[in-house]
Write a new protein. Structure first.
Length: 85
């Protein structure tokens, strides 16, 4: 039986600041394939970006990762598989 891009997975997300921090620096992103062909070529992207706790730029690093990586993933997914003309 062929696998459809929406047949096999359900997802949810939750973050928590925890007991030692006053601010949650974690971020996440989900980039689903736009169609079956794109799903077969690249799949879906599920990203968790840990904010690095006490580090001063942890929040910014986490935000940037959760923004740039899905954008890049989508850009490359729209271009087709690696090496395609």
């Amino acid at each position: 039986m062929p696998v459809n891009r929406f047949d096999q997975i359900e997802y949810a997300s939750l973050t928590d600041v925890g007991v030692r921090r006053s601010h949650n620096q974690d971020n996440l992103a989900v980039q689903l394939a736009a169609d079956d062909a794109q799903w077969r070529q690249r799949g879906h992207l599920f990203l968790v970006a840990d904010g690095m706790g006490a580090h001063a730029v942890g929040e910014k690093a986490s935000e940037q990762a959760a923004s740039v990586i899905p954008h890049t993933f989508l850009k490359h997914a729209q271009q087709g598989p690696p090496g395609a003309a």
